[in-house]
Design a protein around this ligand. Structure first.
Ligand SMILES: [Ca+2]
Ligand SMILES: [Ca+2]
Length: 178
């Protein structure tokens, strides 16, 4: 077996953004969820700040890897290329199949407990693009993607919450936020 070159961070990041686009999910779609989550705590929040936070989260290798794995499985299931019984399980997002949630939850862990509880919340309420993706069989298989989008949104929301606190503290100390 010839040794393969390890993909660069840039290549992995580009593949992640390309895959999301291919699956019909934009940064703005995810930013809208983050906006709704954080607005009650941060009334001056803008959608641009949310979009920026989503982009920063999408630069994290853990998140990129989770997206690459999950979306790949969705695509293979869509093309009927998985082995049975996994093919049927993923294709139908079988009720007891929790690997999609587990991968997505694993990806939020670097953003701490706020990200974890927000992920749990989004898993229940399924808002915006998450709800669209979760809608069974409109077209294609998005068994992993809905949870991964929830994972990116909750990470971006947690990141904003922490940043906001840092900014407040810097203001109280009389130093402008950096
Ligand atoms: Ca599931
Ligand atoms: Ca799912």
């Amino acid at each position: 077996m010839t040794a393969k070159k390890i993909p660069t961070s840039k290549e992995v990041a580009k593949a992640t953004f390309d895959l999301l686009e291919e699956r019909g999910v934009t940064v703005l779609d995810i930013a809208e969820i983050v906006y709704d989550l954080q607005l009650p705590y941060h009334p001056a929040l803008t959608i641009q700040e949310c979009a920026e936070s989503v982009e920063r989260v999408l630069q994290k290798r853990e998140i990129q890897h989770a997206l690459l794995v999950g979306i790949e499985l969705d695509k293979l299931a869509e093309q009927n290329k998985l082995s049975e019984p996994l093919q049927s399980i993923v294709e139908q997002d079988e009720g007891l199949f929790g690997v999609d949630e587990t991968i997505a939850l694993g990806a939020v862990l670097t953003y701490g407990s706020i990200a974890v509880t927000t992920f749990g919340y989004l898993d229940k309420v399924k808002v915006g693009i998450i709800e669209k993706l979760d809608c069974k069989k409109e077209k294609g298989v998005n068994t992993f993607l809905d949870d991964l989008v929830a994972s990116v949104a909750s990470s971006a929301a947690s990141r904003l919450a922490h940043r906001q606190r840092d900014e407040q503290e810097q203001l109280q100390e009389g130093n402008p936020a950096t």
